[in-house]
Write a protein that binds this ligand. Sequence first.
Ligand code: ADP
Ligand code: MG
Length: 394
Amino acid sequence: MSDLRDSRLAVRGSRPSAQSGDASVNESRTANREPRLLSVEHLTTGFDIRGRFVPAVIDVSFHLNAGETLCLVGESGSGKSVTALSILGLVQPPGRIEHGRLVFKDRDLRTLGEREMQKIRGAEIALIFQEPMTALNPVFTIGNQIEETLRVHGRATRRTARHKAIELLDAVSIPDPEKRVRDYPHQLSGGLRQRALIAMSLACEPVLVIADEPTTALDVTIQAQILDLLRSLQRKMGLALLLITHDLGVVAEMADRVAVMYAGRIVEEAPVNELFADPKHPYTRGLMASIPGGAPGTRLQAIQGTVPPLGELPPGCSFTPRCPSRFEPCPKAHPGTTVFSAPLDLPPEGGSHKSVESDSASRGFRLQAEGNHTTRCYLYSDAVEPETREAKRS
Ligand code: ADP
Ligand code: MG
C-alpha cells in the first residue's frame, strides 16, 4: 500500500503540460524504451448520418508494447468497439475513419490495401469477440474452422492441419480435443465455445490480440477461467493484449495499463496501480465508486445520467452534465491533456515529493516515462488558476 501512496505523492507534485498537449503526450510516450507494437495516434472515427459526420471515437491516442496488456474501459456506447474495428480496418460504411494514424510494427495500417490487411488480420493481429457464436460459423465443425484459418494463412497443409487443430484445442484446455474437434459450435457450452474461438485466434501465432468484452457473455466462474487462460497464453506466447471491457474487476485482474474512455475520448490513462490508487478524472472516480466490494452496508454510488447519444455531445467537456466536480470552464471547451510523471523507484516512507525527485536524481534513479498518468480534466489543467484548481479538487 505504501507503494501506491508514494507514487501518489510524486504524481501530485508533477507539473501539468500545456493545454491541448497531445503532441507533448506523444513525445513523452515515445521516450520509453519498450518495443512499440501498436500506436494509435489521434484516431477519429464516425458515421455519416443524414449528410453529417458524427464522431464516435474522437482524437484517441494510445500505444501498446510487445507482451503488455492495455485495458480499454468505459460504459457501453463510449466507442471501445469502434476503436477496435478501426485498428483492424473493419469499420463498414456509413462508418469511416476520418483522421489518425494506426501504426503496427512500423507500418501505417491505413495505407495498406484490403489484401494486405487480410494477411495481418488473424495472422498478426487476432480478434476475440464477446459472443463466440457470432464469430464461429454454425455449419462447420470447430476443427474445420481452425484448419481453414491455418491453411488460409499458410500455417499448415491439408495433412497437418487436423493434428495442429487438436493441439490448439488442447492448448486452450478443451477436454478430449480429438473428439471435440469434430463438434459443431452449438454442441459446445459457452465457455468451451470461447475457448475454441481463442484457439482459432491463436492458430497463426499472432503478436497482438484484441479481445472485445471476451468474458461478458459468460457466467462468473467461467469468466475467471477464460481470463486465466488468456493470461497464461499471453505469458507463454509473449502476446500483447488490448482488452476491452466495461468491468473494472477484469481491469484489476489483467491490466498493465488502463485507458478510460468516455463519449468517444480517452479521459484518463495510467498504469493500473496508479489508476486504482489515484483516479483523477471525475468519471474514473465515479467508476471506482460504483464497484461492489466495499465495507458491508456501504452504498454504491452510481454515476448519474447516461453517456450522451451519438451526435449529441454537450459543448465543452462531454462529461460536464454528469460531473459532480464541474465548474466554470467545463462547458466552454474540451480540456487538453495533462501529464503526470511518477518516479520508478520510490522513496522511503514520509519523503516529500521534492526529496523524491532530488533523491532519485542524486542516486541515478531512472524517472519512469512509461509511468505517465494522463487525464483530460480542468481540475488539473493549467488553463485554470492554481487556487481555483486546488479549491475544486479538495
Ligand atoms: P462500446 O463498444 O464502447 O459499447 P461502440 O464503439 O460500439 O461502443 O459504439 C460507440 C458509438 O457508436 C455508440 O453511440 C454506437 O451507437 C455508435 N455506433 C456503433 N456502430 C454504429 C453503426 N454501425 N452505425 C451507427 N452508429 C454506430
Ligand atoms: Mg462494444
